[in-house]
Write a new protein. Structure first.
Length: 457
């Protein structure tokens, strides 16, 4: 096949791709979301299912997404359109690209609000508000922040403006260099936090919570949340990794890149868990406290450790930055599509998409204060968006990607693009059978169908 090139540019090396994709994967999902949903779902059993989903579903699907992106070399919508033609598949496959764009809008609209919390905490820490604070003081600091629509709105606006400005310039620019240093720095600070957690006297309890497996603590919804989080944390199922794959130079190994990204992402999440739960137990806090969990626990750690003000400030700067590199990948598929199909400049395209997401984000801003009591299925606006995207839209997108890559694409094309050698058959088996069946099984389980079927026997 004649190789295509992307009109949006290319990464300058394979390492840069790994860093950018890891920058997309590592974000609030690892540090903010993983600990709080682990806490809500009882710990060890949830963690094991999440790890199994990363290995059996996430890794093969990530390889498929990168592969499709590199072969199509366009926005996910156009990539799916072109590949469908090329592989003789139904033109309807392009709607997979659309599903991804909508998922990206929904996710970034609340992601930006949470990133705003991290930004606010940079200043709280810098102002010395954590020094010597107890659980009650730290809890009311968080309450004060989220109960103020003005403040949440201001931080959300700042975060969206920065994201849009960077995406306007193209992702292969200055960001590349920054990720190279900031990501390792985040890892180091997480290690510092784990070091502090070891001094709390509750480290063992934290580890036991994370790693001792008790399946009776995990219900069907927990199973779905664990799978959904595997997609969310690896940025899968919406085209973010696909668009990054479209900038990957030909000939770079997709298999090795994927493993590196998945390992790094998982490591960050587990370290975050190991830093947080000992502090939770040492202070008699509730593991299932919800979305505020890290904002109500980490300040206690920074408040009690030497140089905590400095470490805390740095930590929240790095977390904000990690959120930024994830946000960029959430908005990029829509922006590239506008550039390709509407002939808009990157700046215009990014501005329009940014404004639309900002407006949608107002729903999340108010869901923590003015509209906190407005609920559907017992969930606020934020809760619904989060649940719908992570647990339904991303796994559905991922399932369709697996089916396309495994069954619609010719083996010749995928073999050529992946160049996995003897591992190709293992990948093919995972993408054709294991990943789709696992996703469908967990979906059916979550709506109670498996119970009803097994009741028949
Ligand atoms: N993976 C990121 C995190 O864990 C969030 C993210 C970025 C994402 N791009 C995505 C999630 C695409 C789903 C799809 O914070």
């Amino acid at each position: 096949m004649q190789r295509r090139t992307s009109i949006h540019g290319e990464w300058s090396s394979r390492l840069i791709f790994i860093l950018a994709a890891a920058g997309s994967a590592v974000g609030l999902g690892n540090v903010w979301k993983f600990p709080y949903i682990t806490g809500e779902n009882g710990g060890g059993a949830f963690v094991i299912v999440y790890l199994a989903c990363i290995a059996a579903i996430g890794i093969p699907i990530m390889m498929a997404e990168i592969m499709l992106g590199r072969r199509g070399r366009q926005s996910p919508i156009n990539t799916m359109r072109v590949l469908a033609v090329e592989e003789g598949a139904h033109p309807g496959w392009r709607y997979l690209g659309w599903l991804g764009v909508v998922s990206g809008f929904f996710i970034l609209s609340f992601y930006s609000v949470i990133a705003g919390w991290a930004l606010a905490y940079v200043f709280y820490s810098g102002a010395g508000l954590f020094a010597g604070a107890d659980a009650e003081a730290v809890g009311s600091l968080f309450e004060e922040l989220v109960s103020s629509p003005e403040r949440l709105l201001a931080w959300h606006t700042i975060f969206m403006v920065v994201t849009t400005a960077i995406v306007s310039r193209g992702v292969a620019g200055g960001l590349e260099r920054a990720i190279r240093y900031l990501m390792p720095a985040l890892l180091v600070l997480l290690l510092v936090l784990v070091g502090y957690a070891m001094t709390t006297g509750h480290f063992g309890e934290g580890l036991a919570f994370l790693f001792s497996v008790d399946f009776s603590a995990l219900d069907q919804d927990g199973l779905l949340v664990a799978m959904g989080h595997a997609f969310f944390t690896l940025s899968l199922g919406m085209g973010a990794i696909m668009i990054y794959g479209s900038y990957l130079p030909a000939g770079a190994s997709i298999g090795r890149a994927t493993l590196a990204i998945a390992v790094m992402d998982t490591l960050v999440a587990l370290l975050a868990g190991m830093a947080i739960f000992p502090v939770v137990f040492a202070n008699g806090l509730e593991p299932g406290a919800g979305p505020g969990l890290i904002f109500e626990t980490l300040p206690l750690a920074f408040g009690a450790m030497p140089l905590g003000g400095l470490f805390g400030t740095l930590f929240f700067i790095l977390l904000s930055f990690a959120a930024l590199t994830s946000a960029i990948s959430l908005i990029e598929p829509a922006v590239t599509w506008l550039v390709e199909n509407r002939g808009q400049s990157r700046v215009r395209a990014a501005t329009w998409v940014g404004i639309a997401i900002w407006v949608l984000g107002l729903g999340t801003v108010f869901s923590f204060n003015l509209a906190a009591e407005v609920k559907l299925f017992d969930k606020t606006f934020f809760g619904i968006l989060d649940y719908l995207t992570a647990n339904i839209m991303l796994p559905l997108g991922g399932l369709l990607i697996a089916l396309f890559a495994g069954w619609r694409m010719s083996r010749q094309s995928s073999d050529e693009e992946l160049a996995l050698g003897p591992m190709y058959n293992a990948w093919l088996w995972l993408i054709r059978v294991v990943a789709p069946i696992a996703v469908v099984f967990i979906f059916l389980d979550a709506v109670g169908l498996l119970d009803r079927i097994s009741a028949l026997f």
